[in-house]
Design a protein around this ligand. Sequence first.
Ligand code: GLA
Length: 389
Amino acid sequence: MNDILIQDTIAFFKKSYGTEPQKIVLSPGRINIIGEHIDYNDGYVLPAAIDKIICFAFEKSNANTSKIIAIDLDEEFEIDLNDPIELSEQVWTNYIRGVIRQLQIKGFQFEGFNCVFSSSIPVGSGLSSSAALECGFLFGVKELYNLDIKPVDIALMGQSAEHWVGINCGIMDQFSSVMGLENKVIKIDCRTLEYEYHDANFIDYSLILFDSNVKHALMTSAYNQRREQCEEGIAILKINFPEVKSFRDCTEEQVHSVKDKMSGDVFKRSLFVVKELKRVIQACEALDNGDIPTLGKLMFETHQGLSQDYEVSCPELDMIVDTLKTEEAVVGSRLMGGGFGGCTINLIKKGHEERIKAKISALYFDKFGIKLKIYDVKISNGTSLYKNS
Ligand code: GLA
């Protein structure tokens, strides 16, 4: 599926620089089965890398200047590695600047490079195109200059780059982009960064994404605000229950018992986090047992929590999930990723996919005048070199 993307990227590189690329890197987007907004709350999450990727082609430039071309945007930028690294108004370049900055902060030795990249990950759809950009780019420089960086550190440096750009995100997106494995979901313990792979076997259900095609302009500030509210919530819980170190040690009763000490919003956010933490454990067990209806039920519950308690949904996402809930062939559906737009992740009984796709697309267009996008995704490998480049 990505063959054309890869060949086109290589051809563009040759046309731009007149040489063969030395390294070709593929870096995927991600889905998340369940465990939303709890990676930054010491939770477990259950993501996987997918077959939507960014393809990068690299060569050493044998100079301090480096040139990076974003083929899809028809934009490029140059950077002198001796100059201080600052944020730019050309937003996509900041993820790359942020990664170079991380490499410099950590004291890695490298020189310039030429790079082109092109992507099949839709931007702003909650599939983590930015994590794929950070981690794929970092991986490419590491390969080009033989830097000794462990996969987990690529994820952590990618996350730090994202923080520098402005979103105070957790580790889920970068970790799954780097560590993904074909047909496996990754259960990540975001407190310790320990992880285990579980079979992504949905038996007679298909995993399909519906992209609302809505992008929320205030996503960054709303995301950072949720994180602050959780920090406030856990601080109050810790004062009242000294044995509590993080939300993971908390019960719902404990959260209820401090309701009066919290603002309404902080209470709702805290309650969601404690419930979602439990759901991930149950969902992973259901997946292991092949009990897809239970997994799906938990996904519906997550959506309700994200919509009503965490308040990161929007009318478009709610409409998709509410409509699918009335369909017997849909066992689970919920908004995926940061929220305020982007995709729902859905489990649809095999044989009913086309009917449901057609139905929801028509209803969605009627209601919002927006064309729904649909992605059938495959669970795939994490960031890696293409063949033996
Ligand atoms: C974004 C962030 C992740 C995670 C999700 C919500 O994708 O980058 O760290 O918090 O939102 O689960």
